[in-house]
Write a protein that binds this ligand. Structure first.
Ligand code: GLN
Length: 549
């Protein structure tokens, strides 16, 4: 790695969920807009080796990289903001780091030394950070350390950053993202939690260079002064970042606050070219100047967390819908519908309420809860010609619904739900079964990019305008090849298939029969970007807008 390589560590204080991911993405975008090659890394301190084994209500969406690595949703933000695909080296968890140190120890890789958390864990972290930058040939690496300052599990990662800074004092920068609460009863913004966060950072031997002060409202001069003086910083190093309507405004707000200029000054960098933010500004303008709405219902189960509703589990789907809606000039209104609402006593009444939507999505999922409800919703969409888009599980269930209600195969379903079903229209891949039998659940699904050929004259082909596409997968089950002929005879079209023609990647009804009834075995949402929306989401939104007329 050339000596001049720069590193920006982004850490969070006070509480989680204040937008470190968006802050990191935005700073990266502003540096990229000045001609730097940036490479963002996410570190998740937990001991899961990847994000794939976690329930999405625990930790939000599992974002799948092109390589197939199952990662954190922040990786999705980086890819969307920067409009580029990231390497698996750009993601690491505590579990992955510890595992590689322990594996190396077992292979006598430390030559008989006593292997200790410090320095060996930070060393491995630094090795990985450098490897990511080298593979990407980047100028600047941004490293977002997940979690909140003060947690035990993040200490090793901050120690890695400190060590790197010791060795390269001019090349490492710390950005602290904090939150300034305005307690309702007081009505005054409080800086103390931020002061404590800085002190905690100091206790690890590091000091913030920039503080991004998040809050419901802007931070005024008086409070900026207080934070700056108590943290040994200059006022311009404290940046106010109040809540915004859209995360896509953040880079422009940061730009107005000269963050990139401050970063470049501190890292002794010179802009490589005049700032190029016009495409981003155009997108933001489009998003603000919509005429009319398009209403989409999302039927899922990973919404509830305690008494709160969390839409994070489907983040990429939501963003993909937004991009296509904005590009079509419409404001997307996305509502969560619990699949279980369509089961039992109130099912019919609730189905009738679906008429308020212009389109319905059943996104990816696992397990049996809410399945019968989802099948009812899909049937409703098919019969009433409501645009329907099924993603992964949503495609498998589309096939099951068609088998049941059009082919007349009673109880047809995926063997994920009923291993003994009489009509296993969706079955586990044989190599997947072997893995499960061996208890191998981690990173073992059919993951990452696979090609699909698109049939001529289909909705999918018209949308993509391509003969072959590469999309990201994450599943164990597949349409059962034994039912394909019967399903096709009954009118279902498999418009996307694997090169060996064994795997059905897209199922749809022809345009003559339905305005949009399509499901994909893959996850198109992972490659939708603000500046380049996804063709299938575009087609779905277009059909939804048409339904309004
Ligand atoms: N549970 C299904 C499978 O494993 C679908 C997975 C998904 O929707 N991502 O095949």
């Amino acid at each position: 790695m050339p000596k001049s390589h720069k590193y920006i560590f982004v850490v969070g204080g006070v509480m989680s969920g204040v937008g470190k991911g968006v802050a990191t993405s935005s700073i990266a975008l502003l540096l990229q807009a000045r001609g730097f090659k940036v490479s963002p890394i996410k570190i998740d301190p937990y001991l899961n080796v990847d994000a794939g084994t976690m329930n999405p209500t625990e930790h939000g969406e599992v974002f799948v990289l092109r390589s197939g690595l199952e990662t954190d949703q922040d990786m999705g933000s980086y890819e969307r903001f920067l409009g580029k695909e990231l390497n698996p080296e750009n993601y690491m968890t505590g579990g992955l780091v510890y595992k590689s140190v322990i594996d190396r120890e077992r292979a006598l890789g430390y030559g008989g030394k006593c292997v200790e958390p410090v320095p060996h864990i930070p060393e491995e972290v630094i090795r990985r950070i450098k490897a990511a930058g080298e593979k990407d040939k980047s100028d600047i690496t941004l490293v977002e350390i997940g979690g909140t300052l003060g947690e035990y599990q993040s200490v090793m990662f901050i120690e890695a950053a400190r060590t790197l800074q010791m060795a390269n004092p001019d090349d490492v920068l710390f950005v602290l993202v904090t939150y300034l609460p305005v307690p309702g009863k007081l009505g005054e913004m409080k800086t103390k939690p931020t002061q404590y966060a800085v002190r905690t950072m100091n206790s690890y031997g590091v000091q913030p260079d920039i503080i991004i002060a998040r809050g419901e409202v802007p931070v005024d001069m008086k409070r900026k002064e207080k934070i700056a003086s108590s943290s040994g910083m200059r006022i311009e190093q404290v940046i106010s970042a109040p809540d915004v309507d859209s995360v896509y405004d953040v880079p422009l707000n940061f730009e107005a606050d000269n963050i990139a200029t401050i970063v470049m000054k501190l890292l002794k960098l010179k802009s490589k070219r005049p700032v190029e933010l016009a495409p981003w500004k155009n997108f933001v303008k489009k998003a603000k100047n919509t005429k009319g709405e398009v209403r989409i219902g999302m039927v899922g189960k990973y919404f509830a967390t305690g008494d709160f509703v969390l839409a994070d589990s489907y983040l990429s789907v939501i963003e993909a819908l937004k991009y296509s809606a904005y590009h079509a000039g419409k404001k997307p209104v996305i509502e969560w519908i619990a699949a279980t609402d369509f089961e039992g006593m109130h099912a019919s009444k609730n189905l009738a309420k679906l008429s308020r939507y212009d389109g319905i999505i059943v996104p990816g999922g696992f397990g049996s809860r809410g399945i019968e409800g989802k099948l009812r919703v899909i049937e409703y969409c098919r019969v009433n010609k409501v645009p329907y888009f099924g993603l992964c599980y949503g495609m498998q269930l589309l096939v099951a619904e068609y088998a049941r209600n059009v082919l007349g195969l009673r109880g047809a379903i995926t063997t994920e739900i009923d291993p003994k079903t009489k009509h296993p229209v969706v079955v586990i891949l044989p190599e997947q079964q072997e893995k499960l039998d061996a208890g191998d659940y981690g990173g073992s699904m059919r993951l990452g990019v696979y090609p699909a050929y698109l049939k001529e004259g289909t909705v999918a082909r018209a949308a993509y305008r391509a003969e072959m596409v590469q999309e990201r997968h994450r599943h164990r089950y597949e349409v059962n090849p034994e039912y394909v002929e019967a399903l096709e005879k009954a009118g279902l079209v498999f418009s996307g298939i694997s090169p060996d023609e064994k795997l059905m990647e897209i199922a749809e009804l022809p345009k003559s029969k339905h305005p949009f009834f399509l499901g994909t075995q893959f996850h198109p949402e992972f490659t939708a970007r603000p500046l380049t929306s996804h063709p299938l989401f575009d087609a779905f939104i277009k059909a939804a807008i048409k339904k309004q007329k």
